[in-house]
Ligand binder design. Structure first.
Ligand SMILES: [Zn+2]
Length: 335
């Protein structure tokens, strides 16, 4: 599915002046569009990460995941849909490292240690991405031990999503949308517009999944790498802004009767080039980590032969669990 994913760039003309029946229909469409716009990595990249991770796995595990590859791919975006309706979901997607200070990347406290250092409500406000991902790895091991195929698939899909978020530099800073530096919209530009435009030339091959002996270290390492990219992500875009006039930075497209202001192809291309393959590298690393963590959880569970397991049956309700969630999306974007 192609999704336009630039935040804060919608122009809805005469929105409030519409007559009542049209007003509510239009409002519903508007909210839906906002939901689609306010996603991490964009729906496209999240789905790619989950799908490609399946191909890093060894047999017989790959055989199991491949059977449900459509499910794993489609469900990659569920955590983003849940975040607007499920309490406690949003903080799992990011970490404002400024709140914790960069020293946390060296200290790498456990959840228990962290809750002794910071008030838990502040942690929930500023993001708990790495701790949630570490916890999920153990949850996946338990699901494998029970040979609960349905739980394995759901947890695996969620994990791929959070691993994806961990690899987006702007998910590690409170300046997540350039709002503090006059770069509003950069979040969607980096993680959605660029992969949608240029991923056709990406090489996703990242080798075979490997067993990770220290999951905690591995996840914190990934977060640290993302954090190290933040300055470049912001600085390069800022510099390019100075080289383009405003009318060359943005262009307008008509989608579903709405006029959208989006970053122009020329600006996006220049930014993508200046980033020196950063988006491709982060996507590739996310694919590798997703495969590694699925594989590690399976090994730690004693390599169960999931082929013996009955087919997991997902209800219509489960497969489309977010239909009603769409209507709860706030207008404001977060990271
Ligand atoms: Zn997310």
């Amino acid at each position: 599915m192609f999704v336009i994913s630039l935040k804060q760039t919608i122009i809805v003309e005469n929105f409030t002046a519409m007559k009542k029946p049209y007003f509510w229909v239009t409002k519903a469409i508007f909210i839906t569009i906002i939901l689609l716009l306010c996603t991490s990595w964009g729906f496209f990249a999240h789905k790619e990460i989950n799908k490609m991770a399946v191909f890093t796995l060894p047999q017989p595990l790959m055989g199991f995941y491949k059977k449900y590859i459509d499910f794993i791919t489609q469900q990659a975006v569920n955590p983003d849909k849940r975040r607007y309706a499920v309490a406690g979901e949003a903080p799992k997607h990011y970490m404002d490292i400024e709140f914790y200070s960069d020293s946390i990347l060296l200290k790498r406290p456990t959840w228990q240690e962290a809750t002794n250092l910071y008030p838990e409500d502040s942690m929930q406000a500023h993001g708990i991405l790495p701790w949630n991902l570490i916890r999920l790895t153990y949850t996946l091991t338990d699901a494998f031990k029970r040979e609960d195929a349905k739980a394995v698939l759901k947890i695996s899909a969620d994990m791929g999503h959070y691993v994806g978020d961990l690899h987006v530099p702007l998910h590690t800073t409170k300046n997540y949308n350039g709002q503090l530096t006059g770069q509003h919209g950069i979040h969607g530009l980096w993680e959605s517009r660029l992969p949608e435009l240029f991923s056709g030339s990406y090489n996703y091959y990242s080798g075979s999944a490997e067993y990770i002996t220290d999951v905690r270290k591995y996840i914190w390492d990934g977060l640290t790498e993302s954090r190290e990219c933040v300055d470049s992500v912001l600085f390069i875009e800022k510099e390019l802004q100075g080289k383009f006039t405003e009318d060359k930075i943005f262009s307008y497209e008509d989608r579903n009767g709405q006029t959208l202001r989006i970053y122009s192809y020329a600006f996006s291309e220049a930014y993508h080039k200046s980033l020196n393959n950063m988006v491709e590298k982060r996507m590739k690393a996310a694919i590798k980590m997703t495969g590694d963590l699925w594989y590690t959880a399976w090994v730690n569970a004693g390599k169960p032969t999931m082929t013996e397991t009955g087919q997991p049956v997902f209800s219509e309700e489960e497969l489309t669990e977010t239909e009603q969630l769409k209507h709860t999306a706030p207008i404001d974007c977060s990271h």
